[in-house]
Design a protein around this ligand. Structure first.
Ligand code: ZN
Length: 173
């Protein structure tokens, strides 16, 4: 297993629309293991393949406190949404920023599991929010897109500046 590098906003690669996964094989399962390892180490409760520069419709989540509910969703499609919930969201690709985002409280979705079998599930609350956030990544969308243009630009400027500082520090040894 390997920890993968997570792309950060405003990296244009985060805007790529991911392609459907055509076959669930050992290579894909190895990638799923790497996504889990990267997510747990970050730490985060969700990670989409887009965030590690792999543009396939694949995401992992675990909203438990003790890593006991790992869930890998391949080609996820939301079939139904209802209710409204507002959550203060963060994102491993937008480090250090948390903002309120409104999403559906309850979703039903169809997906393919890591054995290659098609399945359906329902999710509520935090898991539902997390899955909607990760599916947005597969469509090239970030949670900052739900904020005002002014707020998004402020975050973008600060992250670009932080990154420049980090790079400068890295070579000042
Ligand atoms: Zn995210």
């Amino acid at each position: 297993m390997a920890k993968l590098r997570i792309l950060e906003f405003p990296d244009p690669r985060l805007r790529t629309k991911a392609a459907r996964v055509e076959s669930v094989d050992d290579t894909l399962n190895a990638l799923i293991d790497d996504l889990f390892e990267t997510m747990y180490e970050a730490p985060g409760i969700g990670l989409a393949a887009t965030q590690v520069d792999v543009h396939k419709r694949l995401l992992v989540t675990d909203v438990s406190a003790d890593k006991s509910e790992p869930l890998a969703l391949i080609n996820p499609v939301i079939l139904e949404k209802d209710g409204v919930t507002v959550t203060e969201e963060g994102c491993l690709s937008v480090p250090g920023y948390y903002e309120e985002v409104e999403r559906a409280e309850h979703i039903r979705l169809r997906y393919v599991d890591r054995n290659g079998d098609e399945a359906e599930m329902e999710a509520v609350g935090l898991l539902a929010v997390c899955i909607q956030h990760e599916i947005d990544h597969l469509d090239g969308k970030l949670f900052v897109d739900y904020l005002s243009e002014a707020k998004r630009q402020r975050i973008r400027k600060r992250l670009v500046k932080d990154k420049r500082q980090r790079t400068a520090e890295a070579v000042t040894l």
